[in-house]
Design a protein around this ligand. Structure first.
Ligand code: NAD
Length: 369
């Protein structure tokens, strides 16, 4: 059995608490013969700043380059609000994304039947929802130059952000979306604003070309981003994979997230290119939520987003799709039995803390054999 190199970066706030539950699951998978892991651990964010004066050390970066996958908890908190901009906790996460060139952000929005009432939409619209948003993460208007605010002579100011995409950036994110669609329901919606933006024109053209030459077996539809946003709240179950740029992806993935209930339930993945020699794709997995300083240290955090991030690593980095399905089923199982952390609690349910939820998921995994 192959041994998978996993780097754990628990980070700050609730990060170490939810990561502790992941370690239990990793231990269970190891001891029950589902997978073999070799684990490294290091600091990131404020914890790394306190120890080393930087939000991620060169040593931790070397471990990140060596790992088959990285699991990160969360970074940040009020303790580090006044540290220098370059060494703020978030800079550790940004360095990981930048140096590992993680250009594809995967945000699944899955609505467990047991939590359908927690959604902002009606049960029948969201029950069984399973959408994957693939967002371009390293280009577009957040990074394009010029990016300036200029003082004008008449006392006014002018702000400029620049949306830039080159075809290779669109090609590689389109490929990720089509490849993922093949492992799901084989449908991709590509979304942009070709009616008003040149980047939208190029986006649509390049996605169509990649589709025609490499993925004609996958169903492709183009939607304008505003229409896609409307459809996401009108009839979200029509979607399988949505591929989009950095800005629209930022917005649409948060909209989709809210369809599923709580921040504590949402995992994510950021993927890079496949390396030619090793065949390995660089990958960082993390919950969508932050360090939650308001509940840190109280044993209240929901560990499902973090455990779900391990599930994504199993699926996308380790080729352990079957074990990932089992983990997803265990999460659905404990929710169906009524176990709830405070963030998803409703009357009549069984309230548990972080370790209680982790233990319940392990017990459910054990039941399934
Ligand atoms: P947050 O996600 O940390 O918390 C928002 C709210 O959701 C809080 O009330 C929190 O208690 C709750 N929450 C979040 N995760 C939860 C979980 N697993 N279980 C139960 N409740 C949960 O966002 P914020 O409050 O805006 O940010 C707090 C800190 O985290 C800031 O320093 C911010 O910069 C940082 N942050 C980090 C990341 C990251 O590491 N990727 C992402 C977002 C925010």
């Amino acid at each position: 059995m192959a041994t998978h190199k996993l780097l754990l970066l628990p980070g700050d706030g609730i990060g170490p608490e939810v990561m502790a539950e992941v370690k239990k699951v990793v231990g269970w998978l190891d001891s029950h013969g589902f997978a073999s892991f070799s684990i490294e651990e290091d600091l990131v964010g404020g914890a790394a700043y306190d120890e080393n004066g930087v939000p991620i050390s060169d040593d931790a970066m070397a471990k990140a380059f060596d790992a088959d996958a990285i699991l990160l908890g969360a970074v940040g908190g009020p303790k580090w609000n006044t540290v220098g901009f370059d060494v703020r906790p978030e800079a550790g996460l940004l360095r990981l994304r930048k140096d590992l060139q993680l250009f594809a952000n995967l945000r699944p929005a899955v609505c467990y039947p047991a939590l359908a009432e927690a959604s902002s939409l009606k049960r029948d619209l969201v029950e069984g929802l399973d959408v994957l948003i693939v967002r371009e993460l390293t280009g577009g208007v957040y990074f394009g130059e010029p990016k300036t605010i200029t003082d004008l002579l008449d006392g006014q100011k002018r702000a400029v952000d620049t949306q830039v995409y080159e075809s290779y950036e669109i090609e590689r994110i389109a490929r990720v979306a089509f490849e993922l669609a093949r492992t799901r329901s084989n449908r991709v919606v590509s979304t942009e604003k070709h009616n008003v933006m040149k980047t939208g024109v190029l986006w649509k053209q390049v996605v169509s070309e990649v589709h025609g030459s490499e993925f004609s077996d996958v169903q492709l539809e183009h939607q304008l981003a505003d229409s896609c946003g409307m459809q996401l709240v009108r009839n979200p179950k029509q979607f399988d994979v949505i591929v989009t740029d950095n800005l629209f992806g930022d917005i649409l993935s948060d909209v989709a997230a809210m369809l599923t209930g709580s921040l504590g339930m949402l995992p994510s993945a950021s993927l890079g290119s496949v390396e030619e020699i090793s065949g390995r794709r660089r990958a960082l997995y993390e919950p969508v939520h932050g360090a939650a300083p308001d509940i840190a240290g109280k044993g209240l955090a929901n560990p499902i987003a973090m455990i779900g991030s391990l599930g994504m690593a199993m699926r996308y980095s380790f080729g352990l799709g079957e074990a990932a399905d089992k983990l997803d089923a265990a999460i659905a199982g404990v929710l169906a039995q009524g176990y709830r952390t405070a963030d998803i609690y409703s009357d009549g349910m069984t309230r548990v803390g972080t370790t209680g939820m982790g233990d319940a998921i392990l017990a459910e995994l054990g039941k399934a054999g």
